[in-house]
Design a protein around this ligand. Sequence first.
Ligand code: GLN
Length: 194
Amino acid sequence: MMKIGILDLQGDVSEHQLMTEKAVTRMNLKADVLKVKTASEVADCNGIVISGGESTVIGRLIKENNIDTVIKENQIPVLGTCAGMVLLGQQTDYEQPLLGLIPMKVKRNGFGRQKLSFEAKLKLKTMEDPYPGVFIRAPYALDVKEEAVVLGQIHDKIIAVAYKNHLATAFHPELTGDTRIHEYFIKEVLNCVE
Ligand code: GLN
């Protein structure tokens, strides 16, 4: 059975678990959606979700637990939201461990003090109707390489990127009732399983 792991090191993990379960049900699939902490638990998954939180903390724990090695060796698709997007990037404006799975740079807290948190209706590629974006001290992506796909922008800032079977969003899809981002990711995971 397909297994999707919600990386449980720090951040809003339970919300992602609920939304992933909801997406699985809506898609009429069967999958185990479980919280994972160790390299061997991660290695057992077909897809990994990295939540929002503090990317410095999550990144350090990923390295300490050798989770980066396992994700790369097994080519496990990753959905990274907010802090998770930071970790999927190859470079940021801080010294911090990153996964670097998507060829892009990331600017942390990229929307400035005035816009620490806000909501916006997003026009995303591959989605007909606008997606309710919840931004909390959100990053944005820059210098996205040609081989990756920019899925959306707001105020000229890139807030969703897909590359291979990985997906990064600057916003928090787990804090909405809208499962379309999770469904998109599950489709990517299925492409790898089949
Ligand atoms: N600003 C945080 C970081 O860069 C991300 C915030 C969030 O995940 N809500 O780690």
